[in-house]
Design a protein around this ligand. Structure first.
Ligand SMILES: Cc1ncc(COP(=O)(O)O)c(C=O)c1O
Length: 387
């Protein structure tokens, strides 16, 4: 048995797909210390630079005193401490709809799909959605139909053919896609969802904090917030904390409280974490300068790499550099590491076969001169002997 497990690991190694943990010894702004060396961290989702700058410690000490460290139980038992209500009220005020906190984005996506959909239902999903959404679809037991990335004509074809066969239907997308940094036409998606009586579920994990006048996401930026039926956001990325939220109409929220297993059967978040999430949310809403800064840096890096710099898509702080073969992505990543940049290779199954890449993600606290240095190294790598 042991040997068989080792063989499986060796097979991953042979394919260049074995993953290994790396220890971060310290953090300072967008820098991380690994094996004694400071590296510019291009692999974090800390778009506003908040996660390295914790909120007021005195408030946290008070909360620790009042609620202790662990919540001790699931929310439906005795884990629903007062900080949850505060955070959900703030979200409801901002989004204009009830909110429900989950313990992470992964758990929120499992819960939304498995709580909303069952065997009689159908989920129409973009092919490149995040693993947590794919797992949620599987867990739901619903039929699922996946359309080619961003191809809304193909989606409409599937809706025409299959919508009538199911009770409830969901159209599922990310707003900003985590590995590609692109986004769908949300307005056209909302029209399809109305026309085919499907609920529009949008995962805004990578857009909350970066887009929208109040940081609420791409739906806010594009003026379609009220047409999204279920919006998922996470506190672990731009908001610099941990946990996640869903905003949806009251009946959907109630159904999730009753049906979402990843909500019901897990210990509630510690009060200090929920307080951190609330602080992150408030900071993000007010962070006009940082939002502008990270979007400007995104365009700056794209320009330095010779990539298109037109439109909103050039302001997404996720810059994919697609290198193809796994080993090529690994070797470019290793060379960047030697030069002082942490940009791990992203390989299948996280991305489709043959599209291994570096996913460069930016933070408002980075400096232009560091990004210029990065672009110089990358240009060499892309045009060098390995290209
Ligand atoms: C699109 C998307 N949704 C959800 C998640 C999960 O969020 P969390 O890290 O809060 O579990 C991620 C993060 O990896 C993501 O990229």
């Amino acid at each position: 048995m042991n040997e068989e497990i080792w063989r499986e690991l060796e097979e991953l190694e042979r394919k260049g797909r074995r993953r290994r943990l790396r220890t971060v010894e310290a953090r300072r702004g967008p820098w991380v210390r690994v094996s004694g060396r400071w590296l510019l961290n291009l692999s974090s989702n800390d778009y506003l630079g908040f996660s390295a700058e914790p909120p007021e410690i005195s408030a946290l000490a008070e909360i620790l005193e009042r609620f202790g460290l662990g919540a001790g139980a699931a929310r439906l038992l005795s884990g629903n401490h007062a900080l949850y209500a505060e955070l959900e009220e703030e979200l409801a005020r901002l989004y204009g709809r009830p909110a429900l906190i989950f313990s992470s984005g992964y758990l929120a996506n499992l819960g939304v799909l498995s709580g909303l959909c069952g065997r009689r239902d159908a989920i129409f999903s973009d092919k490149l959605v995040h693993a947590s959404l794919i797992d949620g679809m599987r867990l739901s037991g619903a039929a699922f139909y996946r359309y080619p990335h961003l191809d809304l004509e193909a989606l409409e074809g599937l809706l025409k053919k299959y919508r009538g066969k199911h009770r409830r239907a969901v159209i599922l997308t990310e707003s900003v896609f985590s590995m590609d940094g692109d986004f769908p036409d949300l307005s056209a998606l909302s029209e399809l969802s109305a026309r085919y009586e499907a609920l529009l579920v949008v995962d805004e994990a990578h857009a909350v904090g970066v887009f929208g006048e109040r940081s609420l996401g791409l739906s806010e930026e594009l003026g379609v917030l009220s047409r999204v039926d279920v919006l998922v956001g996470t506190f672990g990325k731009a908001l610099g904390s941990y946990g996640a939220f869903v905003v949806a109409r009251e009946e959907i929220r109630e159904l999730l409280v009753n049906r979402a297993r990843s909500f019901i059967f897990t210990t509630a978040l510690p009060a200090v974490v929920v307080a951190g999430a609330l602080a992150g949310l408030k900071r993000a809403v007010a962070a006009v300068d940082r939002r502008g800064r990270v979007r400007k840096l995104s365009r700056f890096l794209r320009k330095a790499l010779g990539l298109p710099t037109e439109g909103l898509s050039s302001e997404v702080p996720i810059v994919p550099v697609i290198l193809g073969e796994d080993r090529r992505a690994l070797s470019v990543s290793e060379r960047l590491y030697e030069a002082g940049f942490l940009a791990p290779a992203i390989r299948p199954p996280t991305v489709p076969e043959g599209t291994a890449r570096l996913r460069l993600s930016l933070s408002a606290t980075m400096e232009e001169h560091d990004l210029l240095r990065l672009a110089d190294h990358l240009k060499d790598e892309i045009c060098g002997p390995h290209s």
